[in-house]
Write a protein that binds this ligand. Sequence first.
Ligand code: SF4
Length: 76
Amino acid sequence: MELTWRRHSACSGLDPAIFYPAPDEEATVAKMVCTACSVREMWLEFALHGRDKEGVWGGATEKERRRMLRQRRRAS
Ligand code: SF4
């Protein structure tokens, strides 16, 4: 059974390796795919709560997600 979000994801059918670039500077392609994704915001929140996920999730690299979490902590 396919999960609902998969039907709406822009990365469906793409090579998952795109989303695990090393180093982060090579994440441009993955980020472009995520930008066009209708579930990007949900996916980003999922990744932010998971905190230990590697790769590009919701259009953000692991480094960028760590920065977002720091900014949220400072703002709260
Ligand atoms: S936000 Fe990016 S990684 Fe997440 S489902 Fe969409 S295209 Fe895939």
